[in-house]
Design a protein around this ligand. Structure first.
Ligand code: C2E
Ligand code: CA
Ligand code: CA
Length: 559
């Protein structure tokens, strides 16, 4: 039975209490005064529900409009029952309409206060949205994303001085898969304990998503302190793993963001930038931390835009892509013997983008497969056009490992060669060392298949990275292309030149041919011709250009 003293509380007082508490809770408190037929609810409810106001008369009529029509009879029956009996509580789950007139599930609980005769005075209570995300997470005992959102919403102009540190477990998926979800939960719980132990006064910790945490430090501390905090947490986790005799292994990465770097004061911007910072830390190899830098973020955004534009261009008949051709000459007679096809991309936002920038994106997204197929067809068409003037003209096509491993490029190439009425001997395939996987069966298959058909194989960019001489004997390419960096060094330095000469001799002893790439000056040409190479390529002899220009500049000159 209700404490009789409550009938002394005036509805005015209750309204004042509701108004006072309103900013401190996200649920909605209300009072329904039966005597005045008056309803008062936490003011922020009007932003969410189809209420005439947060205070209104004529409750029955207004409720009818607010409640999802299908549920109204249920509410009416409950209210009628309250009036007819001496029941003191109301507890009902039903739907209200949102400001967009969408049904929202709510749980409305209330206590009913009556006078000594049992007559209804008022009902007061709380309404909460059943579907709202859990605010606190019982596993880690921490506040969740919606609490963070609520906390950050108080800042409108700028965030206070300080930093944010977003932490992410590096291998929770693996732990869950190998040791089970319960074990994964234990790791999460222990991680949250390790983090909590390192926190300093004023620092706030939230669990933002599954295996990620966010620490807010709005106490004016610098990002250096954030790095120190990260190290402390990492060390705590390491100690914990040691104490458990390495029963489980896991690491944590951290992305640090200076509050002054947040250009837009919003929860979504905080999530976006801290997510980027954490992803960078993971990209750096995990178990490390990364300090947000605007330049890196701009690069990331550019890369993302470019990725989108490349995809759109491919879906739009390769609009924006262009094939350029760079002439290849025989070193002895300086005769035009072929051209290398090089991809170009015109971006609406960034103008002409270098292949050094967009080829890795195409490879990462496997878009190099359609794009590589496109340039292959372009190059074969071009070769057919040029062969009208130079019958033994050859075209060189660059292939990426992704194309070899994830498409049937060998078969496609031979079919296309046939389609254009060319001989397989008119085509050279260029592969870089880094793209060579001699142990992979698919690679050896392609290599022998193309070689048997008569396609020429060139080992590209030799002299960059870790040049492996075994490739020369094991794979037996027809041509070795000396990279510009190696060639330029040799021109500038006698010792390097000696090295290159020896290397060139070795290649020749293996019956392979040498192509020098990136010849930029007459001096370089003269010096490098002493090796001597079989083929030459470089800006000094001809820059890459579109087919039309190539025909004008090199074919008519040659015919
Ligand atoms: P790469 O295969 O080594 O191509 C030769 C690069 O050297 C070209 O750069 C060319 O413009 C540049 N070059 C030629 N002569 C000179 C010179 O005298 N001096 C200097 N400094 N550079 C010279 P580009 O066109 O920017 O291509 C860069 C790389 O992008 C290529 O290097 C290749 O690895 C890749 N790439 C280009 N097109 C394709 C393609 O269709 N498919 C694949 N998979 N990769 C491609
Ligand atoms: Ca090449
Ligand atoms: Ca090259």
């Amino acid at each position: 039975m209700m404490n009789p003293k409550f009938d002394q509380i005036s509805c005015k007082t209750l309204r004042e209490i509701i108004q006072l508490l309103s900013p401190t809770i996200d649920d909605y408190l209300y009072v329904y005064d039966y005597r005045e037929d008056f309803y008062f609810i936490s003011p922020h409810a009007t932003q969410r529900f189809l209420l005439p106001d947060y205070a209104f008369h004529n409750v029955g009529e207004n409720l009818r409009r607010l409640v999802y029509p299908e549920d109204y009879p249920k509410l009416r029956a409950d209210l009628d029952d309250l009036a007819a009996t001496d029941r003191c509580t109301h507890n009902l789950m039903y739907r209200w309409l949102s400001t967009e007139e969408k049904p929202i599930w709510i749980n409305c609980r209330g206590v009913v206060v009556r006078d000594e005769n049992g007559k209804l005075l008022y009902m007061t209570g709380c309404i909460n949205e059943i579907g709202k995300v859990q605010k606190a997470d019982n596993l880690s005992g921490l506040l969740g994303g919606s609490s963070l959102q609520l906390y950050l919403s108080q800042f409108t102009d700028h965030f206070p001085e300080g930093y944010m540190l977003r932490l992410g477990l590096d291998n929770l998926k693996v732990i869950n898969a190998r040791l089970g979800i319960e074990y994964g939960d234990l790791v999460l719980q222990k991680t949250s304990e390790c983090i909590t132990e390192c926190l300093r006064p004023g620092q706030k910790l939230y669990r933002v998503v599954g295996d990620e945490f966010l620490i807010l430090d709005f106490e004016g501390r610098k990002t250096e302190d954030g790095k120190e905090l990260y190290r402390c947490i990492r060390e705590k986790i390491r100690q914990f793993i040691m104490e458990k005799n390495y029963e489980m292994m896991f690491t944590i990465s951290g992305g640090i963001l200076d509050c002054s770097d947040i250009d837009e004061v919003s929860y979504s911007q905080v999530m976006k930038l801290t997510e980027f910072a954490l992803d960078e830390a993971k990209r750096l190899g995990k178990n490390t931390c990364y300090l947000y830098c605007i330049d890196d973020y701009q690069k990331f955004l550019k890369r993302r835009t470019l990725m989108l534009q490349l995809r759109q261009a491919i879906n739009n008949q390769f609009q924006g892509f262009e094939a350029y051709y760079q002439p290849l000459f025989s070193a002895k007679e300086r005769r035009l013997i072929g051209a290398e096809a090089l991809m170009r991309f015109h971006s609406e936002d960034f103008g002409m983008v270098s292949p050094g920038e967009f080829i890795p994106i195409l490879e990462e997204t496997a878009l190099i497969i359609p794009a590589g197929r496109w340039i292959m067809h372009e190059a074969l068409k071009m070769c057919r056009d040029v062969q009208q003037y130079i019958p033994d003209f050859k075209v060189s096509i660059n292939l990426s490992t992704v194309q070899i491993l994830k498409s049937s490029i060998g078969r496609e190439l031979l079919a296309a060669v046939h389609e254009y009425g060319l001989s397989p001997t008119s085509v050279t395939i260029e592969l870089t060392e880094s793209g060579l996987l001699e142990t992979d069966a698919r690679f050896s298959l392609l290599w022998s298949h193309l070689k048997a058909a008569g396609v020429t194989l060139a080992l590209d960019d030799f002299g960059t990275g870790y040049s492996n001489f075994h490739y020369l004997t094991d794979l037996g390419p027809d041509i070795v292309k000396i990279d510009r960096t190696f060639a330029a060094k040799a021109v500038a330095n006698e010792f390097e030149f000696e090295m290159l000469s020896l290397f060139s001799k070795m290649v020749h002893d293996l019956n392979l041919k040498v192509c020098v790439e990136g010849v930029e000056t007459a001096h370089e040409l003269e010096k490098l011709c002493q090796l001597p190479p079989e083929y030459l390529q470089g800006f000094y002899l001809g820059r890459p250009c579109p087919e039309e220009q190539f025909m004008k500049q090199f074919i008519q000159m040659d015919v």
